[in-house]
Design a protein around this ligand. Structure first.
Ligand code: NDP
Ligand code: A1CAB
Length: 279
């Protein structure tokens, strides 16, 4: 599939992560990117790219939809109908790639018509540093070369995999939202360091080094299970054991797993509210 221009509809957080990732990993691709944003605040985030990507005013969604080969949707789920209206007629051949969490291919097909090619892609913000994890699911009739293009695009920004659509929602809660859980843990480690007397920046640096070491170990010893790694550190009745026992008394594992389940329930509720009939 030949792609001369990529229109990103909605220049918010994930779009900015994509642009940062393209600048690092595939700067040539960035030159083909056009972005539509709504408010001056959001537009101001794009000023650094002004000479490398083209910005359109709010009235530009229709222009962008007409001009670009790939239309990448990155507005919040609730803003999708309004965006669709602003995009106007979509004249095939176009490839629509929706990053919108929890909106099914069927819902998108009803919104855009069945004569456009639709792919859903669920990235996470680590695309900004070329370490993203993106899952894709294709609508019926999508050309293999179009799907290949999408996988190649996100593959340059990390790992890109193909999933059955029914797995995209659980994937969203685990991997799309996942960086936030990692940062929450880093913030807890930092807070613990500060409570023990280090300042904010020293504590933060320790937290990052610690996790870096953990990732390094997990890569160096791929056959070890997570519990075996824990036992490597957790000497019986030692200090780690005391800390872990306290965490277990606080049911932290159960609490985390329950929270993930709440995320899945939230997606289902959002779909119901939007009349996404897949549910
Ligand atoms: N953030 C993430 O990590 C991930 C997000 N997603 C999905 O990506 C989508 C965007 O999420 P996120 O970037 O976090 O959200 P943001 O709110 O940061 O970004 C959405 C952007 O869309 C803009 N927008 C809304 N309506 C229009 C319109 N009609 N024309 C042009 N721009 C418009 C908003 O503009 P303004 O600011 O001016 O209101 C806003 O900047 C969501 O559907 C989310 O589910 C998927 C994977 C990961
Ligand atoms: O929090 C959200 O709804 C979006 C979906 C994945 C990451 N952020």
């Amino acid at each position: 599939m030949k792609v001369s221009s990529i229109g990103i509809f909605g220049g918010g957080r994930i779009a900015q992560a994509l642009a940062d990732g393209l600048a690092r990993m595939a700067p040539d691709e960035l030159e083909r990117v056009y972005v539509s944003a709504r408010s001056p605040v959001t537009l101001s985030h794009w000023e650094k790219w002004v000479d490398r990507s083209r910005l359109f005013s709010p009235a530009g969604n229709a222009v962008l939809a007409r001009r670009c080969d790939v239309l990448l949707l990155s507005v919040k789920p609730k803003d999708l109908p309004q965006l669709r209206a602003e995009m106007g007629e979509i004249v095939p051949p176009k490839l629509i790639v929706s990053l919108v969490a929890g909106r099914s291919l069927r819902f998108l097909e009803e919104l855009f018509g069945c004569d456009v090619s639709l792919v859903r892609a669920l990235p996470n913000v680590a695309v900004a540093v070329g370490k993203g994890l993106t899952a894709c699911a294709a609508g019926p009739g999508v050309e293999p070369s179009s799907l290949e293009w999408v996988l190649g695009f996100f593959g340059r920004l990390g790992r890109a995999i193909l999933l059955e659509e029914r797995l995209l929602d659980p994937f969203t809660v685990l991997a799309g939202c996942g960086p936030a859980y990692g940062f929450l843990f880093l913030s807890l480690l930092t807070e613990a360091g500060m409570a023990l007397g280090w300042d904010d920046s020293e504590s933060r640096a320790f937290a990052v080094s610690l996790l870096d070491g953990v990732v390094g170990l997990s890569e160096a010893y791929p056959s070890l299970g997570w519990e075996e790694f824990v036992q490597w550190v957790r000497s019986p009745e030692g200090v780690t054991d005391t800390v872990c026992r306290q965490l277990e008394r606080g049911r932290w594992r159960e609490s985390f797993l329950e929270a993930i389940q709440k995320g899945v329930e939230k997606l289902v509720q959002m779909q119901k509210e939007a009349g996404d009939r897949r549910v």
